[in-house]
Design a protein around this ligand. Sequence first.
Ligand SMILES: [Zn+2]
Length: 329
Amino acid sequence: MRDLLTLPKAHLHVHLESTVRWTTLREIGAANGVRVPGEVGAFGDFASFFAQNDLVRACLRRPADFHRIAYEFCADEAAQGVRYAEVSFTAAGHGERLGDLGMPLAAVLDGLEAGQDAFGIECRLILDHSRRRSVERAWRTLDLARRHDRVVAVGLAGDEAHPGAPFDAVFAAAHDAGLHIVHHAGEGEGPASIRHAIGPGRTERLGHGIRVLDDPDLVAEVRDRGIALEVCPSSNVALGFAPSLGAHPLPRLRDAGLTVTLNTDIPALIGTPLAAEYALVRDTFGYDDPTLAGLARAAVDASFAPTETKHRMNQAITDWLTRPAAPGG
Ligand SMILES: [Zn+2]
């Protein structure tokens, strides 16, 4: 067994607001007059997850706060062997909350720029929009995305009980503007949410998408169109969308011939960074190194990275796999 920290990885589904170190959150909270409890990270359902999100939002106020969490994201991801990340950020939500629409995104971009140089990682941004929020905010999200070429995609996130259809025109415009589109779908809701995402929603990957298995015809369509799934097993278990890791549908998704990538979604909230997620999958499903390398390669191929980056990463994955495994490792 090879060291999974050194497996070169692309991370496609991770929310910046859910990567903040708790030590950092407490320091930022103290500076901004927000009390962060000592015991955090324990939640058993979507409602308490939203409460944790609210706490993070309340803490983040100054440009330096956003810069810091982006910089530390680069450090923490690089330490996990992540060489390329597409990190989601709810830019317009923070901007509206703070009365300065562009500030949070500008500060995050600066922090990522500094972090990339310092830690040798390449990062792009996905601006997400919660389905619970207004269509007007979705348009503002698109406006922000169009201003910066480090933003590669926009997409819907949040509670899937809220339909995606009201936002179709926004994503048609995003498509016309040359942006990629990635929606959350098939996490809490079933095939209908996926059908909308891959149809009028124009998504190029599925954030989660695990409930595709509810409909064999849909499995065939997603497979034949080569739409990759961003699967986040530990998040699914923590939020109650899968009963346990052992019962997680990941092996069945792979057996169905779907393109499966492995991601963390909310790593700081669940205490599972990406290399640990790979290790959990190895331990739970007995995957060997070529299978784990295949998961890493699928994420590289499904990413919106430049061709040159994809080529370099795939070569590095081959190198990892051809390196002799540590004895007894
Ligand atoms: Zn997510």
